[in-house]
Design a protein around this ligand. Structure first.
Ligand code: MN
Length: 228
């Protein structure tokens, strides 16, 4: 087989303490997975359960690079999230078996063009232009579950220029990680290399060029990204 042009490079994530890298397949995101964030966005978490959308693998931005303020927006928001990286997948995965699919975890950001997302919501159109743009998913090095286990509680926070903006706890997730893997596997065929952003706690807000974002997930680590 001969390609008519060279294929795009495989997106990879670094692994903490290893020279090996994690090849990324799909990137799934969970929306409104913390009740306080659903409420701040004007929704009732009791009436509207979480839901899923996707980003593109090449939207990932590896820690160490700046986040370029994107085009066509005046209102880019930060959303701190824990990411889950899969080493195996399948369909109809039972909740009890779901954590066996997990390679590890990292600290990530679901950067969002909130103004474009709001326009699309209002028009009943898909969210891609608000969510799945270049560099929209900064992601730290993966930490293997074999080292840290499977975190289900602990602080999740984001500071901007040293000031606390978002604070939550993994124990507030509406869809727990095994549940979201199981549910996604009913909708899609999950594969090794898939990454799931697990939703953001309350306190989302805009960033400006020059801002220094510092995210943290207890037991997983830190992510530092500058807006450039
Ligand atoms: Mn999000």
């Amino acid at each position: 087989m001969q390609f008519i042009f060279p294929p795009q490079e495989q997106t990879v994530l670094p692994i903490r303490g290893s020279d090996e890298v994690f090849p990324v397949n799909r990137v799934y995101c969970v929306g409104r997975n913390y009740a306080a964030h659903a409420i701040e966005m004007g929704h009732d978490p009791n009436k509207e359960p979480p839901f899923f959308f996707q980003k593109n693998p090449d939207n990932l931005l590896v820690e160490g690079e700046g986040f370029p303020y994107p085009a066509m927006t005046q209102d880019v928001h930060h959303e701190i999230e824990m990411a889950v990286a899969l080493k195996s997948g399948g369909n109809n995965i039972a909740v009890a078996d779901a954590l066996d699919c997990v390679f590890g975890y990292s600290v990530s950001l679901d950067m969002t063009r909130r103004d474009l997302q709001a326009q699309m919501k209002k028009a009943g159109r898909p969210w891609e232009i608000g969510k799945a743009f270049e560099h929209s998913a900064p992601c730290g090095a993966l930490v293997p579950a074999s080292e840290i286990g499977h975190p289900d509680s602990g602080a999740v926070w984001l500071k901007i220029n040293g000031e606390m903006r978002q604070e939550g706890d993994l124990n507030q997730l509406l869809w727990k990680i095994p549940e979201m893997i199981s549910y996604l596997s009913d909708l899609f065929t999950l594969k090794a290399g898939d990454v799931i952003l697990t939703g953001t706690p309350s306190g989302v807000g805009p960033v400006q060029r020059g801002d220094k974002m510092h995210g943290h997930v207890a037991g997983v680590g830190d992510l530092r990204v500058d807006v450039i």
